[in-house]
Ligand binder design. Structure first.
Ligand SMILES: Cc1cc2nc3c(=O)[nH]c(=O)nc-3n(C[C@H](O)[C@H](O)[C@H](O)COP(=O)(O)OP(=O)(O)OC[C@H]3O[C@@H](n4cnc5c(N)ncnc54)[C@H](O)[C@@H]3O)c2cc1C
Length: 236
């Protein structure tokens, strides 16, 4: 069981939940937990949530949950879960979509919306252990409000010349926005690679199914091999 210790609003649609788990920090960046809710009548619903926190000594983990319209579990978390609540969890789970400090290959990370969760865990871990293999993050969100971990990403890239972050907004921007304003396409990936000089030998892609499939196709066209591309799908 995990105890919820903190709930924070990260955007209109995403809340961050800090959970205390006895062996919390003992996981690989990219892994997830399964969360199981049980109603008074015995009905159960189980969903997976990536660990957004970095592995470490602490017994606190963070998950980032996007509210899905009519979503059973995400709306329960958004509407009802408060600090002090006990939640049934199982984990850590997952072996393919993981990043470890021994990873010295240059990497491209591509996140769609809440798909940043396991990737911020990898980038946090990478930053903490001072791994400086060249890394490029392409982060696609709907609106500026949806740029999760915005300040932290800026801070990490400002303090680490080997990390490059490119964000793109697909719906509506403010007049102050000077970044990309379209979905990630081949042209955006090609120019980000040229501008940053990153020559990826591995890729980590996370988001909804349509998103990860289109990005994987582009990365294959870019010359990456199928087994160099790690994929995590969040939705249908
Ligand atoms: C390995 C793994 C890790 C995951 N990590 C995270 C995470 O870190 N953060 C996070 O928010 N989610 C994550 N997910 C997705 C999560 O497990 C749930 O699927 C999601 O929260 C929706 O559950 P729900 O009960 O609210 O919706 P449901 O009641 O299952 O679905 C309601 C409706 O929404 C649709 N739907 C379900 N999921 C999505 C989606 N992602 N986008 C759009 N429509 C959807 C369903 O098809 C259905 O029509 C992860 C999934 C996997 C497999």
């Amino acid at each position: 069981m995990a105890t919820v210790t903190k709930v924070r609003v990260a955007s209109d649609r995403v809340k961050l939940f800090t959970l205390e788990v006895p062996t919390g920090g003992n996981f690989k960046a990219g892994q997830h937990y399964d969360v199981r809710l049980t109603a008074p009548d015995g009905y159960q619903a189980q969903r997976s949530y990536s660990l957004a926190s970095s592995p470490g000594d602490t017994n606190l983990i963070e998950i980032a949950i996007e509210l899905i319209d009519d979503g059973e579990v995400s709306s329960y978390f958004h509407d009802s879960v408060e600090p002090g609540e006990m939640i049934e969890v199982r984990g850590p789970i997952g072996g393919h979509f993981t990043w470890e400090p021994s990873h010295t290959k240059s990497s491209i990370f591509v996140a769609g919306g809440s798909g940043i969760a396991p990737i911020i865990s990898m980038l946090r871990h990478r930053f903490t252990v001072k791994n400086n293999a060249p890394a490029l993050l392409l982060f696609s969100v709907r609106t500026e409000d949806d740029i999760l971990y915005r300040e932290e990403l800026e801070r990490m890239s400002d303090n680490d010349p080997s990390l490059h972050v490119v964000t793109t907004i697909t719906r509506g921007t403010s007049k102050d926005w000077i970044g990309n304003t379209r979905r990630i396409d081949q042209g955006m990936i090609d120019s980000a690679l040229v501008n940053t000089g990153v020559k990826p030998e591995s890729a980590y892609v996370c988001g909804g199914s349509g998103f990860v499939e289109s990005i994987a196709d582009i990365l294959l066209d870019t010359g990456l091999d199928f087994n160099q591309i790690h994929i995590e799908r969040f939705g249908p």
